[in-house]
Write a protein that binds this ligand. Structure first.
Ligand code: MG
Length: 333
C-alpha cells in the first residue's frame, strides 16, 4: 500500500509547568502526521518525543519526516529504526487508524476513549507542598489514584509533606510516589521503609500503590534488590522507556511493575506482542501528548492493562482545552 504523507510540527505551552527531578518542563513540542491512502482514507498520528527520557529528540524526528518522500509505503512504516521510537509509534498508529479513518470526523472518532473516566485514571499532583492544595479539586473530579513527584526537594521536607498528605487524603485513596530516578540508595530505603510502615498501620486506610523509579537507570541491580527487600512495590519507568530496555530489564529478572509510555516506547505491534507473551504487570502512562497520540495510547492501555491499575493519563489540568487548538492545527495541514 502507498500513502500520501504530510506532517506538521506543533508547540504547546503547559498551563502550569511540570516539575520533576529532571527539571522544569514548560513547552511540549511534537509533530502531527497524516497518511492518506488512494481511496481517501485518512490516518492521524503523533510523534511526541521526550529526549531526556530516552527517546529521540524532536530535531531527529523532524529530520526523519523531512527526508521521507511525499508518498510512503508499509515497508517504510514498519522499518523505522529503533533509535526513533516516538516515530515508530506515530507512524504505526497512523497506519492502524487509517482503516477507520474519516477526515471530517477526527475528533469525535472514538470519543468514548478520550473522555476521561477519572475513576480509572491516575491524576498527577504537583511536586512539593502544592500537592496539599490540589488533590481535593481532583478528588471532586472523581480521581481516586494520585501520583506525587518526589526527589524534587530535600527528603526531610518531602517526608514532612508526605506525612500531611497521607493524613488528609480520604480513605481508600491510592498514592503513587514517583522519584524520576532522583533518590540515593539510602533515600530509597528510607522511602520504602516509610511506605512499609504505613502499610502496617491500620489507622491510615490509604494504599501506597508503588514507588516509581527510585534510582537512576544505571542502578538496576540495586532496584532489583530493593524490590525483593520491601513489601511496597517498585515500578520501573525511565529504565524501561523503550521496547529494547523493557525487554532487557525483563530478561534480567524484573518482575515488578513496568510503566509504559506508549508515545515513546516504540512500535505498537511489537509492544502488543511483548506484553501478551510475558504477561507483564504494566501501568500505562502519558507523555503529555495531544488527543491524537492519546487515543492510540489508550487503545493499547485498554488492550494490555492487567491487575486493574489506573492509567496515568489524568493530566488534562496541565493544558488548555485542546479541541479548538487541534482543529486549527490540522485545518491548515
Ligand atoms: Mg515516572
Amino acid at each position: 500500500m502507498r500513502y500520501q504523507f504530510k506532517f506538521r510540527p506543533y508547540r504547546r505551552r503547559f498551563v502550569r509547568s511540570l516539575t520533576t527531578n529532571h527539571g522544569k518542563w514548560q513547552i511540549r513540542d511534537g509533530i502531527i502526521l497524516r497518511l492518506t491512502n488512494k481511496s481517501g482514507r485518512v490516518g492521524w498520528g503523533e510523534i511526541a518525543p521526550i529526549s531526556w527520557f530516552g527517546s529521540e529528540t524532536l530535531e531527529q524526528a523532524l529530520d526523519f519526516c523531512r527526508q521521507l518522500p511525499e508518498e510512503i509505503t508499509d515497508e517504510i512504516i514498519f522499518s523505522i529504526p529503533d533509535e526513533l521510537p516516538a516515530c515508530q509509534f506515530g507512524f504505526e498508529s497512523a497506519w492502524e487508524w487509517r482503516n477507520g479513518g474519516d477526515e471530517e470526523n477526527i475528533i469525535t472518532l472514538n470519543s468514548s476513549l478520550l473522555t476521561p473516566n477519572s475513576l480509572f485514571y491516575s491524576a498527577l499532583l504537583p511536586a512539593g507542598e502544592a500537592a496539599l492544595n490540589q488533590w481535593e479539586t481532583l478528588w471532586q473530579q472523581g480521581y481516586r489514584t494520585f501520583k506525587w513527584k518526589i526527589g524534587v526537594y530535600a527528603i526531610a521536607d518531602e517526608q514532612e509533606i508526605f506525612e500531611s498528605l497521607i493524613h488528609t487524603l480520604p480513605a481508600f485513596t491510592k498514592l503513587r510516589l514517583d522519584a524520576n530516578g532522583g533518590l540515593s540508595y539510602e533515600e530509597a530505603n528510607l522511602w520504602l521503609w516509610t511506605c512499609d510502615n504505613l502499610k502496617a498501620n491500620a489507622e491510615i486506610p490509604l494504599e501506597i500503590e508503588f514507588l516509581e523509579q527510585p534510582l537512576p537507570i544505571e542502578q538496576f541491580q540495586e532496584m532489583l534488590e530493593l524490590s525483593m527487600s520491601y513489601k511496597t512495590a517498585i515500578a520501573l519507568d525511565e529504565s524501561v522507556a523503550t521496547l529494547g530496555q523493557l525487554a532487557a530489564c525483563h530478561q534480567q529478572g524484573w518482575r515488578g511493575i513496568f510503566v509504559i509510555k506508549p508515545g515513546i516506547v516504540g512500535s505498537p505491534s511489537r509492544l502488543r506482542q511483548f506484553c501478551q507473551q510475558h504477561k507483564i504487570d504494566a501501568v500505562f502512562s502519558s507523555v503529555f501528548e495531544t488527543a491524537i497520540a492519546r487515543q492510540a495510547a489508550l487503545q493499547l492501555a485498554a488492550e494490555l492493562s492487567r491487575n486493574n491499575r489506573a492509567i496515568g493519563f489524568g493530566i488534562n489540568h496541565f493544558f488548555e482545552q485542546e479541541e479548538t487548538w487541534l482543529q486549527s492545527l490540522w485545518n491548515d495541514l
